[in-house]
Design a binder for this molecule. Structure first.
Ligand code: PLP
Length: 399
């Protein structure tokens, strides 16, 4: 029997996924479940989404043939330039989709959770665009660590509400957002930022991000005559940019799919976010998936140099793709990601997000044939990471 990689009607990818939610949230999630497929397939919705992705986000994002990387690694290497999107990353593909869905469901108020603030900024942006009030929950610790993103959200008109419990980070912000949603079931829409959370979020977010692989196919066909590459490489935090880059290739067995997760200081240290490599099955954010936890089920605080990969779980789709062997997972350390980031700056004049630098670092872990076509999803730009790049530049050296 052919392995099924997509969700079944209960929202499971193999053993992973589902909707493990408190009873009080049932009606909110059920409303979404009953409506999302119809709305996403509605012609008017599709037209509105297409227009905004083109004129506001700037899609299609270019597929750029990287001459110097290709020479260095002995393959035909292309970069999918999600870094050139409005707000500087792929996250806007999802928030644009979900805000239009919220509008079609007649919701009047938007909430979101954010860790590093990237998803918060992408949500505040689309709320400004549609004139909807936006409340972003963010851990108090993260508010201090990520001040520029907090300022951006406020500038865009969003209210940033601090989560004061626990470690005052992403998981606590998520709890606050869920509490808000329970208390405001009628008029509020909750925009989740990755392919995580209860069904139907992982499927819905993957569909919104799938525009990435849809474009890659068209662009490769034009450039090479063949719409399928030999490799697609993407980094994984929750897994939304990887889901989008893999989506239309999952059922093409000739395309090798590679996911880079954050090893942090190493997967055998206590400073890592490699939730597939070292995780075990558990329930996080309403979904059954691989997560970093202690033997008694406490979530382990993740660590990565890159804020966007600093997440203790992974979307259920990726847990399944990794378990079935469809996706090969490579854990990339902070220092390997930094080196790959510096290399792209120097070889191509592109400063990648530290998250995307993890995907680039995979080039050192694969032996290619000269004519292999390799697509790396450049999920975002590195302006937000300048301080980190500068701080770690070997002392006294120029890159
Ligand atoms: C948030 C972020 C990621 C990680 O999120 P995914 O859902 O795994 O894609 C990766 N790259 C960038 C640039 C990000 O902002």
């Amino acid at each position: 029997m052919k392995t099924q990689y997509h969700i079944n009607d209960k929202g499971f990818y193999g053993d992973f996924g589902g909707a493990y939610i408190p009873e009080l949230l049932h009606s909110n999630v059920e409303e979404l479940l009953q409506n999302y497929k119809t709305v996403l397939n509605d012609d008017k919705f599709k037209e509105e989404l297409k227009t905004l992705l083109r004129d506001y986000v700037g899609r299609p994002s270019p597929l750029y043939y990287s001459n110097r990387l290709s020479q260095k690694y002995g393959a035909q290497i292309y970069l999918k330039r999600e870094d050139l999107n409005h707000t500087g990353a792929h996250k806007i593909n999802n928030t644009i989709g979900q805000i239009l869905l919220a509008k079609h469901l007649n919701k009047k108020r938007i909430i979101a959770e954010t860790g590093a603030g990237q998803h918060g900024v992408a949500t505040a942006t689309v709320c400004a665009l549609l004139g909807l009030p936006c409340i972003v929950y963010m851990g108090e610790t993260d508010i201090k660590r990520q001040a520029p993103n907090v300022e951006k959200m406020r500038l865009l008109g969003a209210e940033v509400r601090p989560a004061l419990s626990g470690s005052k980070t992403l998981k606590d912000a998520t709890n606050e957002a869920i509490r808000d949603w329970i208390n405001n079931p009628e008029d509020t829409y909750y925009i989740i930022g990755s392919v995580v959370g209860p069904h139907p979020y992982p499927d819905m977010v993957a569909q919104f991000q799938s525009v990435i692989s849809e474009e890659i196919k068209q662009q490769l066909k034009e450039k090479t005559g063949n719409e399928n590459p030999d490799y697609v490489i993407a980094c994984i935090g929750g897994g939304s940019n990887a889901a989008g880059a893999f989506y239309h290739f999952i059922d093409e067995p000739s395309v090798k799919l590679i996911a880079a997760e954050a090893a942090g200081k190493g997967i055998d240290t206590n400073h890592t976010a490699a939730s597939i490599s070292i995780g075990t099955t558990g329930i996080i954010h309403g979904s059954k998936t691989l997560m970093m936890q202690t033997s008694d089920g406490q979530i382990v605080e993740p660590y990565s140099i890159s804020a966007g990969l600093d997440y203790p779980g992974v979307g259920p789709m990726h847990a399944h793709l990794a378990e079935t062997g469809r996706v090969k997972v490579i854990a990339i350390t902070d220092s390997d990601a930094l080196s790959a980031g510096y290399e792209l700056c120097k070889l191509e004049g592109i400063i990648p997000a530290l998250e995307s630098a993890h995907a680039l670092a995979c080039l050192n872990h694969i032996s290619f044939k000269e004519d292999d076509v390799v697509v790396i999803n450049l999920s975002g730009r590195g302006d937000k990471d300048l301080e980190t790049y500068t701080k770690h530049l070997p002392h006294g050296k120029q890159n």
